[in-house]
Design a protein around this ligand. Structure first.
Ligand code: Z5A
Length: 245
């Protein structure tokens, strides 16, 4: 007797959440906190970052953060970020999403738009072309823009660094970081369906609560969807039972 093949159900695609914002705005802290909450809700989660996330991209990270951009110019620096992103997207992000994992990424394409595009004045057509090649249709489902006065972010980053040297971007002055903040707010205004601005002042737990509320509203993690669906089914059953009584 022929055996029936067991049909493998394809997992639902995971969600792609990016964290953006200025220096010291708390992205790394908050990405960890969101991952903990999602895992507690039984959502498979991958935390990653840009530039980085693969051995090749981490090597490029070292190059760009060492200040190489000042020597090679901002267009070529954009190519390095794009090369790192291409490796990261194709080897890590896209496969994880296809396997149903939620991917939380510390910085992504908006960082290129802000740092190289708006502040570095790289031609937007070049950035469009690089995005087409590196990310194609893989846009984030949700981008959380952590918003903080530039001086607060810089002093948090300086406190963390202690006596260590500032990197290529940390070394820029306060006006650069304030323009950075405004550039992110503009991106958020231009993309309201994807971006939510999160007030990043207050304690880490205050910020984490704001983020969790947003993620639940915008993306409803699977276990919450199941709970809501069960509640609806129970409510329908009660209504039917009452009607039949
Ligand atoms: N870059 C680019 O130019 N183009 C691109 O396409 C991409 C990136 C992808 C990567 O730097 C640099 O690359 C980045 C842009 C550029 N440059 N800058 N600047 P990075 O990854 O090394 O650094 P970063 O992305 O700017 O993040 P950061 O400096 O590490 O900060 P953060 O992740 O936003 O914050 P944090 O590490 O969570 O917190 C900083 C400190 O504040 C730390 O000691 C925390 O304990 C503390 N903290 C966090 N939250 C709070 C609250 N709520 N209250 C008080 N203290 C807090």
């Amino acid at each position: 007797m022929a055996r029936m093949a067991t049909k493998q159900r394809k997992p639902a695609r995971g969600r792609f959440i990016t964290f953006e914002g200025g220096e010291g705005s708390g992205k790394s802290t908050q990405i960890r906190k969101l991952a903990e909450r999602l895992e507690a809700a039984h959502v498979a989660t991958l935390v990653t970052r840009e530039p980085g996330g693969t051995p090749g991209a981490e090597a490029l990270r070292h190059v760009v953060l060492s200040g190489m951009g000042k020597l090679i110019g901002v267009e070529l620096e954009s190519l390095l970020f794009a090369a790192a992103r291409d490796d990261h997207v194709h080897r890590v992000i896209a496969p994880a999403l296809a396997a149903g994992t939620w991917v939380l990424c510390d910085r992504f394409a908006d960082s290129t738009r802000v740092y190289q595009g708006i502040l570095g004045q790289v031609d937007p057509h070049l950035l469009d072309a690089l995005e087409r090649v590196t990310i194609g249709d893989l846009k984030p489902d949700l981008t959380l823009v952590l918003d903080l006065p530039a001086d607060v972010g810089l002093s948090r980053a300086a406190a963390r660094r202690g006596t260590g040297a500032a990197d290529r971007f940390e070394a820029e002055g306060a006006p650069f970081h304030e323009r950075l903040r405004q550039a992110y707010l503009q991106i958020a205004r231009d993309n309201p369906e994807r971006c939510v601005v999160i007030d990043a002042t207050g304690t880490p737990d205050d910020v984490a609560d704001r983020i969790w509320t947003t993620v639940r509203e915008r993306l409803a993690p699977p276990s919450e969807r199941a709970t809501k669906a069960n509640a609806k089914t129970r409510a329908n059953a009660r209504t039917k039972a009452r009607a039949g009584a």
